[in-house]
Design a protein around this ligand. Structure first.
Ligand SMILES: *Cc1c(COP(=O)(O)O)cnc(C)c1O
Length: 476
């Protein structure tokens, strides 16, 4: 295994040649001097090699196939970066007077206009910095709305059992009580169960559509009606908009609030928790209750008496908005529709090819992603979804999402996205089939994967509870 940069240095090596000192030397008083930093002594070449090697160890979408379900790891066009790097965007200050930043306010307004057209909502707020932050902000907006309408008794938020874990977490953080809605055998919301549960305590239903099993809720109009009839609001988790752009709109399905993950569907690099953007869109009746300040007609409106107040400093992660606007404008209406069509086509093709060898959680054509279950192999051969995922790493593919949604045993959730060519999908089918053969012929070998990474299997519990995140001398 190669060395860390701290182990690599040689006394006296250095990466910079400073000019000769032209002023008298000055020695700091000892009490002002910080402890001498433990920096590696490395030459410029050693530094370059170190970072190049680090970049090659990362498995990102620019290196490998990255079918991480529910995360939409699509290729992020580099032209987005060019746009976000324009000086007019990077050199602004968040406290600049609004007449000096009209171009940037126009970016926000134009993106808002396109997102309302794509989703069928009436307005967007760009403050939330991620999907989960959007959920929290959207639910706080709902709570603010209910409070101002003297509906404080509405304290219950319904969340389906297939939901992303952030949904119940956001609802609880926003002060609601969560009630789980069961899925039926087809993987959709059990409409009758929902009907029986909705009442005068219902604040909202949170729904992902297509859901995390990759299925479109066919009864969506009935579902939103049940909640509205009970006096509640309906929240759309739009992190997975990739399947329906230009085809179906949450606004037309009866949703009152949506959040979008610009960093997923609208292409910003987001592995490893980079800056994201989870704007929330609402129908007209909720606009006054959104977070403030509101940006409207080139003005920043601080005075919004019904507003929830701030959910973030300033106006959101602006660079992500520029990338999203670039993406939308380059693709246009037809391009966005085609993006979703190909995303679904790729997922269905992969699902179809893999279903020769793998069991699918639900026996139905998927939308943008699908879920496999290794339950049978776990029982018969003692290999798990985790073992298959680790085997994929050795064969140059990023693992899919594992053990999610929670209602599927030994789950692998696969989302190929529209940006992968057929050859890559065929290669993934070959690799995954080979891994199942290995599971049958030599399960021990599969359980030993990964063997090509600096670190093999780790103790997941220890790693989560007592992470060691820093190298220390003598503790190699
Ligand atoms: C990714 C995702 C989220 C959370 O988004 P973050 O930006 O990671 O906070 C919520 N719901 C669904 C369905 C998602 O896929």
């Amino acid at each position: 295994m190669s060395q860390l940069i701290f182990e690599r240095g040689t006394q006296g090596h250095r990466g910079v040649a400073l000019p000769k000192l032209q002023v008298p030397a000055y020695t700091l008083k000892t009490k002002l001097r910080a402890e001498k930093p433990q920096l590696p002594s490395v030459s410029e070449l050693e530094v370059v090699r170190h970072y190049t090697e680090c970049s090659q160890r990362v498995k990102g979408v620019d290196h490998v196939f990255y079918p991480l379900g529910s995360c939409t790891m699509k290729y992020n066009p580099k032209v987005n970066e060019d746009a976000a790097n324009l000086e007019g965007f990077t050199a602004i200050h968040p406290l600049a007077p609004e007449e000096d930043v009209q171009g940037c306010l126009e970016v926000v307004a134009t993106l808002e206009k396109y997102l309302t057209q794509i989703t069928g909502m009436d307005a967007f707020c760009f403050q939330p910095a991620a999907g989960a932050h959007g959920e929290f902000s959207g639910l706080m907006t709902i709570r603010n709305y209910l409070k101002r309408h003297h509906e404080d008794q509405r304290t219950v938020v319904f969340v389906p059992d297939s939901a992303h874990g952030t949904n119940p977490a956001s609802a609880v953080m926003a002060g609601f009580t969560v009630k789980q809605i069961p899925s039926n055998a087809e993987g959709n919301v059990d409409v009758e169960a929902l009907r029986a549960m909705a009442d005068e305590t219902t604040a909202a239903l949170m729904l992902t559509n297509p859901n995390t099993l990759g299925l479109f809720e066919k009864d969506i109009m009935e579902i939103t009606k049940i909640i509205h009839d009970a006096g509640g609001l309906v929240y759309y988790d739009g992190a997975n908009l990739n399947a329906i752009m230009g085809i179906a709109r949450p606004g037309d399905m009866g949703f009152d609030v949506v959040h979008l993950n610009l960093h997923k569907t609208f292409s910003t690099p987001h592995g490893g928790g980079g800056p994201g953007s989870g704007p929330i869109g609402v129908k007209r009746h909720l606009i006054p209750y959104l977070p403030s300040p509101r940006i409207e007609n080139g003005r920043i409106h601080e005075d919004c008496p019904e507003s929830l107040g701030r959910m973030k400093m300033f106006y959101g992660n602006f660079g992500v908005m520029v990338r999203a606007l670039t993406y939308v404008m380059i693709l246009g209406k037809e391009g966005l529709r085609r993006t979703s069509q190909v995303a679904v086509l790729n997922a269905r093709y992969l699902e179809h090819e893999l279903s020769r060898n793998y069991d699918m959680a639900i026996d139905q054509p998927c939308m943008h992603e699908f879920v496999m279950t290794l339950k049978r192999q776990h029982h018969d051969l003692g290999v798990s979804a985790m073992d298959i995922a680790k085997g994929m790493i050795d064969r140059g593919i990023h693992p899919p999402t594992m053990y999610f949604p929670l209602i599927v045993e030994e789950a692998l959730m696969v989302e190929p996205t529209e940006t992968e060519p057929k050859g890559v999908l065929d290669e993934a089918v070959r690799v995954l089939s080979e891994l199942l053969d290995l599971a049958a012929s030599d399960s021990q070998a599969l359980r030993a994967c990964p063997t090509t990474t600096p670190v093999g299997r780790i103790d997941e519990v220890q790693a989560a509870r007592h992470p060691i995140l820093r190298w220390q001398k003598g503790n190699e």
